[in-house]
Design a protein around this ligand. Structure first.
Ligand code: CP
Length: 316
C-alpha cells in the first residue's frame, strides 16, 4: 500500500484485517520498523479518536510523530494559476513539497464545507496533497470518505459476527447540526468491497450518493429494516438534495434499547462522537448491545496495520 485514501488502495482486505488482529494481539512486535521515520499529521478539523489512535499506532511501530493543528498555520491556496492577493498565504505546491522533505508519511483530516456538494465531492484538500506529495498520504477523514474508520468498522463486524453474511443495517439518526456523509459513504464502500450487502434506513430525502450505494438497498421503514439485524450501525448525515441543511430532527429515528431488542440481538456501532439521547438513548449506549468502545479501540489496531503496510511497502 502506498496512499490510504479509499478501500481501492488496499491490496488485500482480508490480509489488512488479519494484520490489525495481529497488531491487537502483539502491539509492539514490530516496534523497530518505523525507527528514524516521521509521521506528520495535519488537522484542519477537530478529532479525539483519530488523532490519538493514529499517533499511538505510529509510536507502537517506532515512528516519531508531529501533529499539527492547521488553524496555527497559513491558509492554503489550492487553485493553480491564481494571483494570491487575498487571504491565502501559501500554495499547496510549496506546502506539500516542504512537508514531504520533513516527513516520511503524511496524514490529513479535512471536512467538507457543506455549502456546495459539487465542490465538496472534489475532495480538494487531500487530493491536491496527494498530487503534490512525494511521500505516502493517509486520509484521517476527507470530505467524502473516512477509510480508517471503515477499516475499524469491518474489523469490529468480523469480531462480532460469526456468520459469513450477517444482516448489516446502516441507520440514519437525528442530529441538531448538519454533518458530512463521509463515514456513511465510506462504510458502504468498505462493506461492498468485503462482500456485504447493507440495508440503509433513513427518512425520505436523505438518500446517499449513488456512487456509494452499489450492492446495497434502502428500506425507509426503520422498524422493518431492524428485523433480524446482526449489526446496527448508526450515523447521522445531512441530505444531498438540501445540501448542508438539517431537514429532519425526527426523534422517532433515535436508536433505543427497545428498538435493539427487536433485532437478532444486534451489536450497536457508532463511530463517535455521539450525542446521547439525541442520536442514541442512554439505555442503548450502555446496553450489552453496544460494541461502540470496542470499535473505538479497533481504530488503534487498524491504523497500526495501515501504517505498517505502508512502511513495509516503502522499504522495498
Ligand atoms: N470517529 C472519529 O473519527 O472520531 P474523531 O472525530 O474523534 O477522530
Amino acid at each position: 500500500m502506498n496512499n490510504f485514501y479509499s478501500v481501492q488502495d488496499v491490496d488485500n482486505l482480508d490480509q489488512l484485517i488479519q494484520t490489525a488482529q495481529s497488531m491487537k494481539a502483539h502491539p509492539l512486535k514490530h516496534k523497530d520498523i518505523g525507527a528514524g521515520k516521521l509521521l506528520v499529521l495535519l488537522f484542519f478539523n477537530p478529532s479525539l479518536r483519530t488523532k490519538l489512535s493514529t499517533q499511538k499506532a505510529a509510536l507502537n511501530l517506532g515512528m516519531q510523530v508531529i501533529s499539527m493543528d492547521m488553524k496555527d498555520s497559513w491558509a492554503w491556496e489550492f487553485e493553480d494559476g491564481v494571483t494570491m492577493k487575498f487571504d491565502k498565504a501559501e500554495h499547496i505546491k510549496e506546502a506539500a513539497n516542504i512537508i514531504c522533505r520533513y516527513a516520511d508519511i503524511v496524514a490529513i483530516r479535512s471536512f467538507p464545507s457543506l455549502k456546495n456538494k459539487e465542490d465538496d465531492y472534489k475532495d480538494q484538500v487531500i487530493k491536491s496533497f496527494i498530487k503534490y506529495s512525494s511521500k505516502p498520504v493517509i486520509s484521517l477523514e476527507s470530505t467524502i470518505r473516512h477509510p480508517l474508520q471503515s477499516c475499524a468498522d469491518l474489523m469490529t463486524i468480523k469480531e462480532n459476527c460469526k456468520t459469513a453474511q450477517p444482516k448489516i443495517v446502516l441507520s440514519w439518526a437525528p442530529h441538531p447540526k448538519a454533518l458530512p456523509q463521509a463515514v456513511s459513504n465510506s462504510f458502504l464502500e468498505w462493506m461492498n468491497a468485503a462482500g456485504h450487502n447493507v440495508t440503509v434506513t433513513h427518512p425520505k430525502g436523505y438518500e446517499l450518493d449513488n456512487e456509494f450505494m452499489t450492492g446495497h438497498k434502502v428500506e425507509y421503514d426503520q422498524e422493518e429494516a431492524f428485523k433480524e439485524a446482526d449489526i446496527i450501525y448508526v450515523k447521522n448525515w445531512s441530505p444531498l438534495s438540501a445540501y448542508g441543511e438539517v431537514v429532519s430532527q425526527d426523534e422517532n429515528w433515535m436508536i433505543t434499547k427497545e428498538k435493539l431488542s427487536k433485532t437478532n440481538n444486534a451489536k450497536l456501532m457508532h463511530c463517535l462522537p455521539v450525542r446521547r439521547n439525541v442520536v442514541i438513548s442512554d439505555d442503548a449506549m450502555d446496553s450489552d448491545h453496544s460494541a461502540i468502545y470496542d470499535l473505538a479501540e479497533n481504530r488503534l489496531h487498524t491504523a497500526q496495520a495501515v501504517i505498517y503496510q505502508i512502511l513495509q511497502n516503502s522499504s522495498h
